[in-house]
Design a protein around this ligand. Structure first.
Ligand code: ADP
Length: 596
């Protein structure tokens, strides 16, 4: 109930008013009582003090007389005005000092049941008793009067009923004032709450809005006092908080987008090893859903979690993991030195890199092997010719020299092919793009192979009409066609059939070279476009092949955004299909082939 500031304010004011009235009341009532007591004793002093010594002497003189009590009483009656004797609250008594018996009194009871007070006892001992206890219910003064053989005590007693009724009156007035004060304080507290608590309540509402993320409204500043300053400061704080939150949100969105689209995987764990984040690339590389990326299962054997947590933020541990067919490089690093923080694992797919390295190694091995064979041949034939001297028949010597020349031609061929490939690989080999007649190019290739085909007794037929003009490097495309046709001639036993067909479909042209030769076994079909790959090495070498022809052709075709493939067809022989786009987009023509 007293939680609200308003109620607290009311309570404080009530307590304040009540305690103030209590203090004022107590002070007033004590003052009135003290004043009354002081007034009593000053009245007594005026009558019985040294300033009125005649009166006391007269009383002593009367006391010495027989029947002096009556005269003393009448003397006291004369002074009753000065003494304030009213026969109700204040009375006088004349007592016999020896027996304490009341001889005369102003009250109706005649001094019956008169209490033996401390002042009375003092007077009976011959002293004036004028001590008063503020807490007592009365005040009194006892004056011993001795004359001749007689000793009397004049005793004045006030039962304080006057001061009590006065205090009661005062109490009622104080209580009334308290009531009015309380009413005023309640009214005042309402007024105060309007000016003080309402702005605080508005501020609270504003703070609640900000806490729930609503920064749309600013609080109105109605005053220049402390609450006004607080409201302005709150508005400033909210706007700083808003812009900071926006910056943080932007940063988080940026990171989220980065994590979402980056090809490297990122997995984050908190310091207890619980998964915080796992991007799609990581889940794909690890071949498991994000929830299943448990550190203990996946990475603990490679790099213990505690070890990473103990590292500096700038340090990292690299490791490697094989997942299915993939090789994944892993980097472990702590992402904060603070109390919180955790471990970040970055995954990088190096499968292609490793394959490329493997291919490069294979390539170098192939090149050295390919060059070593003709070199060995050249050396051994040259040595034979040298060692034999004149003993070697002329004809045999010429045969050997032919072999040496052939082998060196082969080497030149291989080196030329390698050079071409390396130029294509490095992109140094420019394609001279121009529009040319696709049909005319096939015609020209057919013409140049015709003789060779005829030499092998092949039947070379063709079927194509009205082929469109296409964009490309005519020389290179003809080189591709010649390679495919040359292979058909080479790998078809003499007297075979070679058929060239071509056409255009949509935005592309195609050419197919079908032969009924030795064909390519299923297992080798996917590999014949690889460098140095040959189904029958001896046969290829016999026919002057290097195993690089189709790789070069594939590179050229890819640079034209086309395809070179084997057609899956029933029956003996091989069908190779070349497909090229009629137009080359600008980017396409600039694009470089990358098939190894
Ligand atoms: P090569 O210089 O050895 O001819 P290529 O790259 O041109 O090299 O061809 C690769 C291999 O593919 C050849 O060695 C051969 O085994 C096979 N090949 C290519 N074309 C044919 C075909 N028409 N018939 C049978 N085999 C073929």
């Amino acid at each position: 109930m007293f939680r609200s500031l308003h109620m607290k304010l009311v309570l404080i004011m009530l307590l304040l008013i009540t305690s103030l009235m209590a203090v004022v009341g107590a002070f007033l009532m004590t003052s009135v009582t003290n004043f009354y007591i002081d007034d009593f004793y000053s009245q007594m002093g005026e009558t019985f003090g040294e300033s009125n010594a005649d009166f006391v002497n007269s009383l002593r003189a009367e006391a010495a007389q027989e029947g002096g009590v009556a005269v003393m009483q009448s003397m006291l009656e004369t002074y009753s005005g000065t003494l304030g004797i009213d026969s109700r609250s204040r009375n006088y008594y004349i007592l016999d000092a020896a027996s304490g018996e009341c001889l005369a009194a102003s009250d109706e009871l005649g001094g019956e049941n008169l209490e033996q007070t401390a002042n009375l006892l003092t007077a009976r001992n011959g002293q004036v008793g004028d001590e008063s206890d503020i807490a007592a219910g009365y005040m009194d003064v006892a004056i011993p009067i001795s004359g001749g053989d007689n000793s009397y005590i004049i005793y004045i007693r006030d039962n304080r009923s006057t001061v009590s009724s006065l205090n009661s009156e005062l109490l009622i007035i104080i209580l009334q004032a308290l009531l009015v004060g309380l009413l005023i304080s309640v009214l005042l507290s309402f007024l105060l709450s309007k000016t003080m608590i309402n702005p605080i309540e508005k501020l609270t509402e504003g703070a609640e809005r900000v806490a729930s993320g609503d920064f749309s409204e600013k609080l109105e500043v109605d005053s220049t006092d402390e609450i006004g300053i607080l409201t302005t400061t709150f508005n400033d704080m909210a706007s700083v908080l808003h812009s900071t939150l926006e910056a943080v949100e932007d940063e988080r969105n940026k990171l989220d987008t980065l994590f979402l689209h980056m090809t490297d995987g990122v997995v984050a764990y908190d310091r207890d090893g619980a998964l915080i984040h796992c991007n799609p690339a990581a889940s794909e590389l690890l071949e498991r859903s994000a929830d299943e990326c448990v550190y203990a299962e996946l990475f603990e054997p490679l790099c213990p979690f505690e070890k990473v947590m103990a590292m500096q933020r700038s340090d990292f541990v690299a490791s490697e993991l094989t997942v299915g067919e993939r090789t994944v490089e892993l980097y472990f690093a702590p992402f904060s030195d603070e109390e919180r923080g955790g471990v970040l694992v970055v995954l990088h797919d190096v499968t292609q890199q490793r394959k490329a390295e493997e291919r490069r190694r294979e390539f170098v091995a192939n090149v050295s092997h390919e060059l070593r064979t003709p070199l060995t041949n050249i050396r051994s034939y040259a040595e034979t010719i040298r060692d034999a001297g004149d003993e070697l028949p002329r004809e045999l010597e010429n045969n050997f020299l032919d072999i040496v020349i052939n082998e060196s031609d082969r080497m030149t061929h291989i080196v030329q092919d390698l050079l071409t490939l390396s130029r294509l690989d490095s992109g140094r080999s420019e394609m001279n793009m121009a529009r040319f007649d696709f049909g005319a190019a096939i015609d020209s290739v057919l013409r140049s192979i015709e003789l060779e085909a005829r030499r092998h007794g092949h039947e070379l037929t063709h079927d194509y009409h009205d082929l469109p003009m296409i964009m490309g490097d005519r020389g290179r495309i003809e080189q591709v066609m010649l390679n495919v046709l040359g292979n058909a001639v080479k790998y078809t036993p003499d007297g075979g059939h070679i058929r060239v067909t071509a056409g255009a479909v949509g935005e592309r042209v195609w050419m197919e070279v079908a032969d009924d030769g030795i064909g390519i076994p299923k297992a080798d079909r996917s590999r014949i476009f690889e460098r140095f790959y040959r189904v029958d090495k001896a046969r290829s070498r016999e026919s002057g092949g290097t195993g690089l022809g189709l790789s070069i052709a594939t590179e050229i075709v890819q640079r034209h955004n086309g395809t070179l493939s084997l057609v899956d067809r029933e029956g003996p022989g091989t069908t190779v299909r070349l497909e090229l786009p009629i137009r080359q987009s600008e980017e396409g023509s600039a694009q470089e082939g990358g098939n190894g």
